[in-house]
Design a protein around this ligand. Structure first.
Ligand code: PHE
Ligand code: ZN
Length: 864
């Protein structure tokens, strides 16, 4: 006898082109939960209606479930069989029926954190993308939308709070048990179902919508965390208001709840009316959260709230359309955060992230278009490409049509598709119709992977003095896509005239839509200073050879702050790449430009702090044919030290005086702290005698986490006595706060010390380390993979450590394990020795028995 369900899964590839509409819809579903931490009974009643013209079996997906008591229209039913984990019910000629099924699950044993699981004594769910099938049998596809009625019953003491989507319409008690009945009036796909049961306390507030409806808001956390929910609540109310003002979107239930849980695979989840969050994106107070943490809370709260329209009211037809909700929602949360803070700084942060996470993905073996053509495991497609490049593609449309017309397009999109499961194509068509633009060629962005490369050159007609900008584009080959067609690329450009006074020049939007194009610039007596891809109007790489003095001029004078930042980054990058390849010409120009920028720090200190940061080691590596991590670290540290030493007085000036009070979260205060952190890092890099003492003093005097963490991170790079002392103080003070303890692991894994891999290995044996908590795993191992020279240690110790982790974690939590593989997949970019070591680790992973689909897909694609 062979037991099919236990044979290793042969990866099945699912193709976008194979989409077929569902044969059965499920207009209504009633769920009854008898709650228990290690045994929860689920009774589901699905009203099903046939959509297919001819009889078709009802396919209900299941994952790790055994059906009990299958009934159809109240009768015990035997016409069913299992197909792998799925339940196939033969309903004969019926066109409608009520199908009842019981399942029993063990939330405590659910270490994958998908479906119904236990976290710290509380029960909660995570269903996106395909977790609902771990709770009960169901079509579990996003184009099957149902009205949910959820009854749950459990021990009053263990689960005093019972929450689900929609409104609570009844509750009652029976002995030591109590129960609640929730009803969600809005039909939704199963991935938006949520249930929470546990001992929670609430921060309550309310919001009155633009049509005057009062919405009760609740943020639910564990006892003791309540006083760290204020910022999330403010962010929620600001998001609700912003979506009304900017997109005309009003909230549609009387209740909006958020629950924070400590064990969560992702950032947060937009379940209808009951968002579930990683505690990391809810809890913040000045003592435990940095300014960046505060911004993260604000951005993620907004993101999940915005999903109520871009995701829930209009959902995705199938998972190939994931960027329909994610790209658009990221664009919306980016715009919101820009409006709440500093637009140029937000843009710089977003581009930095895109270049750090998405460009490498798009240039490697896991490259995929924002609308993929196939996948094996959808969890592997919650990527920077789907999210962040997806957002850039929406942004380009908005740039091309301007805000008013874009709003007309989105209004039409929401109006046309409200209540539907839509496609990316539906979105593009709504923008075309609503904003009145032809996006025929632009659609290529949805299907073609790879970061387009643009080369720019300025030509001069010697006789007339006419200047021409010659542009050429190349979309590189990516897996499965050897040849690409030219795309439509919106480039904001401006050419400054140094001789004629540049007041007259206008910025313009060039639509590069051919392989090559010549753009007349007009007559300039001397070479114009060209500012190109201003505001990062397109997610592309621009190759444009510019002299140091040109970049320095733009860094100082460009009227687009983002372009000023870009010019300084380019100058730094050119200097570093030259140094790494042994052609170093000195750091004078960079030092001068940094000094210039610093001199303007009174304007927007946050901008200055971003602008004077050196490009990351990874980004420097991305500019090179073969990445040399050791040379990059050496040269980057050398330049950082040179800037630190040359501008010592300036950096000390930044640090003189008191830090803004940690409770002051104004833009100016946050920017001031950010710049202080950068100044301290420069002084430390310069190797000044008093650097460690200075960092330790800042660490000790800090009245908040921003300064404290910045000082600790700086100390962690060195080997001073103060380092050990500070780490110890920090640990003792925060050992009971998981989110802060994550930082303690993280700063050590980020350390530039040569022994960091060994330190990480040691920290993995620390009593506070656990593989059961994704945040903890990311704070240690995720930080290591972001530490380029450490991860790429020439003897392969970093690779081995990550592969060991993947192998150990996969049986527990395949989703989080699979996320650690892409760094190993970048082997092509390194020297032969490292290539061989990286490939060997990928092969070792693949040789494991019983590997998950998640890890199998990522590791095998990474070897190709
Ligand atoms: N849909 C969530 C978001 O982006 C992300 C998520 C995906 C969370 C899968 C959990 C599981 O907002
Ligand atoms: Zn999202």
């Amino acid at each position: 006898m062979t037991d099919l369900s236990s044979t290793p899964a042969i990866p099945v590839t699912i193709h976008r082109g194979d989409y077929r509409p569902p044969e059965w819809q499920v207009p209504d579903i009633a769920l009854d939960f008898a709650l228990g931490i290690d045994e929860t009974k689920v009774a589901a009643a699905l009203s099903v209606v046939r959509q297919a013209d001819a009889p078709a079996p009802l396919v209900l997906r299941g994952d790790g479930l055994t059906p009990a008591a299958v009934r159809v229209d109240g009768e015990v039913w035997n016409d069913w069989h299992m197909d792998g984990g799925d339940l196939i019910v033969d309903l004969g000629e019926r066109t409608a029926a009520t199908v009842e099924i019981e399942t029993v699950i063990n939330p405590a044993a659910n270490t994958q954190l998908m479906g119904l699981y236990a976290s710290n004594g509380m029960l909660c769910t995570q269903c996106e993308a395909e977790g609902f099938r771990r709770i009960t049998f169901h079509p579990d596809r996003p184009d099957v939308l149902s009205r949910y009625r959820v009854r749950m019953e459990g021990d009053k003491a263990a689960f005093p709070i019972l929450l689900s989507n929609g409104n609570c319409i009844e509750r009652g008690e029976e002995g030591s048990d109590h129960w609640a009945l929730w009803e969600d009036p809005w039909p939704k796909p199963s991935y938006l179902f949520a249930l929470v049961a546990g001992d929670l306390v609430v921060n309550k507030d309310s919001f009155t919508t633009m049509s005057g409806r009062k919405v009760d808001l609740g943020i639910w956390v564990r006892e003791g965390d309540l006083d760290r929910t204020g910022h999330a609540m403010d962010a929620l109310k600001n998001s609700m208001k912003w979506d009304e003002a900017v997109y005309g979107r009003e909230y549609d239930l009387d209740l909006f709840n958020i629950v924070a849980v400590g064990d969560f695979n992702m950032g947060a989840m937009e379940n209808k009316g009951l968002n579930i969050f990683n505690t990391r994106y809810i809890l913040a107070d000045p003592d435990t959260a940095t300014d960046l943490d505060y911004d993260g809370v604000e951005g993620v709260v907004a993101h999940e709230y915005f999903h109520n329209w871009s995701g829930n009211r209009v959902t995705c037809r199938d998972w190939f359309q994931l960027s329909l909700k994610e790209g658009f929602t990221v664009f919306r949360d980016q715009s919101f955060s820009a409006d709440m803070g500093s637009p140029p700084v937000k843009r710089i942060e977003d581009v930095r992230l895109l270049r750090a996470a998405q460009f490498p993905e798009d240039a490697g073996p896991l490259a995929h278009p924002i609308r993929p053509d196939s996948f094996q495991e959808i969890s592997n497609f919650y990527t920077a490409t789907i999210y962040n490049k997806g957002a850039e593609i929406i942004r380009m449309m908005a740039t091309m049509v301007g805000p008013e017309r874009f709003r007309k397009g989105t209004d039409l999109y929401f109006e046309r598709h409200d209540g539907e499961a839509a496609t990316c194509e539906d979105f593009v068509r709504a923008i075309e119709d609503g904003a009145d633009i032809d996006l025929a060629q632009f659609r290529l962005w949805y299907g073609q992977a790879g970061t387009p490369r643009i080369t720019a050159r300025i030509g001069t007609d010697a006789a007339t003095g006419e200047r021409t900008l010659h542009l050429a584009q190349l979309v590189p080959p990516t897996p499965g896509q050897p040849d690409k067609a030219p795309m439509q690329i919106p480039l904001r450009i401006k050419a400054f005239d140094l001789d004629g006074g540049h007041g007259a020049e206008e910025e313009r939007l060039v639509l590069l839509d051919r392989a090559e194009m010549a753009v007349p610039l007009g007559r300039y007596r001397s070479r114009p200073m060209l500012s190109i891809n201003r505001g990062f109007s397109a997610p592309v790489i621009v190759d444009f050879a510019r002299e140091e003095d040109e970049l320095a001029w733009l860094a100082a004078h460009d009227d687009d702050p983002f372009a000023r930042y870009e010019a300084l980054q380019q100058l730094m990058l050119d200097t570093l790449v030259a140094a790494v390849s042994g052609k170093g010409g000195g750091s004078g120009a960079v030092i001068e430009a940094v000094a210039q920028t610093l001199a303007g720090r009174t304007g927007d200190p946050a901008f200055v702090a971003e602008a004077v940061l050196l490009p990351s080691e990874a980004f420097i590596g991305d500019q090179m044919v073969t990445v040399d991590p050791d040379a990059i670290r050496r040269e980057r540290l050398a330049l950082q030290g040179a800037i630190g030493a040359a501008l010592e007085a300036e950096w000390r000036g930044v640090l003189s005086g008191d830090a803004p009070a940690a409770t002051d979260l104004s833009r100016g205060a946050k920017g001031g702290r950010r710049l202080r952190g950068v100044a301290l890092a420069y002084l430390a890099a310069a190797g000044l005698d008093d650097a460690a003492a200075l960092a330790f003093r800042i660490f000790s005097d800090a009245d908040g986490m921003t300064e404290r963490q910045a000082a600790l991170a700086t100390l962690a790079h060195g080997d001073s006595e103060e380092r050990a002392h500070a780490l110890d103080i920090f640990y003792q003070r925060y050992r009971d706060n998981p989110l802060v303890l994550d930082k303690w692991f993280q700063v050590q894994a980020w350390s530039l010390r040569p022994d960091t891999v060994d330190a990480v290995k040691e920290l993995a044996r620390h009593p506070d380390f656990t593989l059961a908590n994704p945040n903890r795993v990311r704070s240690l191992y995720g930080a290591l993979t972001g530490n380029q020279a450490a991860f790429h240690r020439a003897d392969g110790a970093g690779y081995r450590l990550i592969a060991d982790l993947v192998i150990a974690l996969d049986p527990k939590n395949p989703q989080t394990a699979a996320k650690m593989i892409p760094p190993l997949g970048r082997w092509k970019r390194f020297d032969e020795g490292r290539q061989a070591l990286m490939r060997a680790e990928l092969e070792r992973i693949l040789a494991q028995r019983g590997l998950s689909r998640d890890v199998t897909e990522q590791a095998s694609k990474s070897l190709a």
